[in-house]
Design a protein. Structure first.
Length: 289
């Protein structure tokens, strides 16, 4: 499926391994959809080739950031994030397409440096880079980080070495936000609405634990948060009382949970505000209002 020409208009996407087969294809596709792409890789002539191809196709002017993941450390990734913020003003997504694979080899036949390099380039380097960019990514309500995996059944066989180990570790990486905000809100609304129809005397209270950031739209063409706000309005108009608990860390709080609470028509509390002695009173106030 070919994305619309403006699907990523105004977005900034960082691609590692941007001169490789997958990285180049992804960079050109993102640029064709309107994104400004930051091309990261260790071979400048090949990055220049991708740059020229994107410009020739009429995409937004890309940026080149030469960096060898094998030798880069935390300070290098912090400098990368600072440069993107200074030169591009934002970061909406990262695609980790860089890979290191020297071929099938037994553990006994693998040089220690090859094993360590494969684990670093395929696992620890992407994680360190992502960590450095988190403050910048957290400024966007729908930022994404994509790690490229491989066939785990195949990698579970012998001789895949550090590459196979790294890809299995990435597959087991804990992630959040797998339930879309609008979907969870709508399902909760439907459950309460049906219960009210069966038992008109019930006084439902919906407690919403969220950071307020929508991650995908399911039922409309609106943005994830706009869709969530529409559903919140339905909940409010049906006189369903709500209490929103902001799960976002204070350092990254963008006020999205409070904005959702406004649309729901109920209060919003941080975790620090909800001490044991005040929790019961909070619920009572929500029911009595």
């Amino acid at each position: 499926m070919t994305p619309a020409a403006d699907a990523l208009a105004g977005r900034v996407v960082l691609l590692t391994g941007a001169h490789g087969g997958l990285g180049e294809a992804a960079a050109r596709a993102c640029a064709a959809a309107g994104a400004t792409v930051v091309l990261l890789g260790r071979r400048v002539p090949k990055l220049n080739r991708v740059y020229d191809a994107i410009e020739a196709a009429g995409g937004p002017t890309p940026a080149i950031y030469p960096l060898d993941l094998e030798g880069a450390g935390p300070t290098d990734y912090e400098q990368l994030a600072e440069t993107i913020e200074r030169e591009c003003g934002r970061l909406d997504g990262i695609l980790h397409a860089a890979a290191d694979f020297k071929g099938l080899m037994s553990l006994a036949g693998s040089a220690p440096e090859d094993l360590l390099r494969a684990i670093h380039v395929n696992l620890t380097a992407p994680l360190l880079l992502t960590r450095a960019c988190l403050p910048l990514l957290s400024q966007r309500e729908d930022a994404s980080v994509v790690f490229v995996l491989d066939d785990l059944d195949r990698l579970g066989r012998a001789h895949w070495g550090g590459y196979g180990l790294a890809k299995h570790a990435l597959a087991d990486l804990p992630v959040g936000g797998t339930t879309p905000l609008s979907s969870g809100s709508f399902v909760s609304y439907e459950v309460i609405r049906k219960e009210k129809a069966i038992n008109p005397d019930v006084m439902p209270l919906m407690i919403v634990l969220t950071d307020g950031a929508g991650n995908v739209s399911l039922m409309t063409n609106a943005s994830p948060n706009e869709e969530a706000y529409k559903i919140a309005k339905m909940i409010k108009e049906d006189d369903i009382r709500t209490v929103t608990i902001n799960m976002e860390h204070a350092a990254f709080d963008q006020g999205l949970a409070a904005k959702l609470a406004d649309h729901l028509g109920g209060p919003c509390y941080s975790l620090a505000q909800l001490r044991a002695e005040t929790l019961l009173e909070t619920v009572r106030q929500a029911i009595d209002r």
